[in-house]
Design a protein around this ligand. Structure first.
Ligand code: KIV
Length: 272
């Protein structure tokens, strides 16, 4: 666990709420390891999500389903060691909370105890109400996740935009209210029409963080590997790529290989 520097003020759920109240947008990115988390924290990110997207971008799985609770805790430990300011949220992985509320509580407690993270996130609305309430009784802040919920990908069948039809949109609004009533401190809305996301952000008083949910929400989250251009295949419309790190890494590696083959690395100054 990290040793907190006392002169740096940590982000809290209370501060996130204040940010919504005064109209300051919340910045959130995923992180899965120490080195990356340290850079993002130094840059001033508000929230770091140890997302179960680690299953895709770190392990190369096609979906988020295979990642385990132990693996999520391992990723979270590295992230927590790196940060001084950011608020750290960890995804409860598939199969670690859907059984019953006791299972959800035990999984959340393991994450908090073994990683030192500040909060957990789980997917779903009314159907996970009991689990959320039970986790909250232990004093663990819970972030909700509605819209495209990747742990249900085999139910949806595709990763396309959710809640375009009225019935699903109404259910989403009702679920957002349930999550607020339960005591969630924030909700992620993934890949839904901007108009609907705006309606949700205006309907509930807790912060709404969007990914593919348009500009009229209280904050934005992206998968850091997508945002930095490390992943190359994934180019959804909602993604803005801020760097081309894969190009930089490939070029650096090609130069290293060239130098090794040419026997120009290491030189005298780089040797003992
Ligand atoms: O796991 C993840 O990266 C997420 C984001 C897409 C919000 O849940």
């Amino acid at each position: 666990m990290s040793v907190h520097k006392p002169n740096i003020k940590r982000v809290t759920t209370h501060q996130l709420q204040e940010m919504k109240n005064r109209g300051e947008k919340i910045s959130m990115l995923t992180a899965y390891d120490f080195s990356m988390a340290r850079i993002l924290d130094q840059a001033g990110i508000d929230v770091l999500l140890v997302g179960d997207s680690a299953s895709n971008v770190m392990a190369g799985n096609e979906t988020t389903l295979p990642i385990t609770l132990d693996q999520m805790i391992y990723h979270a430990q590295g992230v927590v060691r790196a940060i001084n300011r950011a608020f750290v949220v960890v995804d409860l992985p598939f199969g670690s909370y859907q059984g019953n509320s006791r299972q959800a509580l035990e999984s959340a407690i393991r994450i908090m105890k073994e990683s030192g993270a500040h909060s957990v996130k789980l997917e779903g609305g009314a159907e996970v109400r009991e689990s959320i309430q039970r986790v909250l009784t232990a004093g663990v802040p819970v972030m909700g996740h509605l819209g495209l919920t990747p742990q249900s990908i085999y139910k949806f069948g595709t990763y396309s935009v959710r809640a375009k039809e009225e019935e699903e949109a109404e259910k989403l609004i009702s679920d957002a209210k349930v999550l607020e009533e339960c005591g969630c401190y924030a909700i992620v809305l993934e890949k839904i029409p901007s108009k609907l996301a705006k309606r949700v952000a205006e309907t509930v008083s807790i912060p709404i963080i969007g990914i593919g949910a348009g500009p009229d929400v209280d904050g934005q989250v992206l998968v850091v590997h997508d945002m930095l251009g490390i992943t190359q295949e994934f180019q959804p419309r909602f993604l803005r790529q801020y760097a081309d790190i894969s190009k930089a890494m490939r070029e650096a590696t090609e130069n290293y290989i060239k130098d090794v083959k040419a026997k120009s690395f290491p030189n005298e100054k780089e040797s003992y």
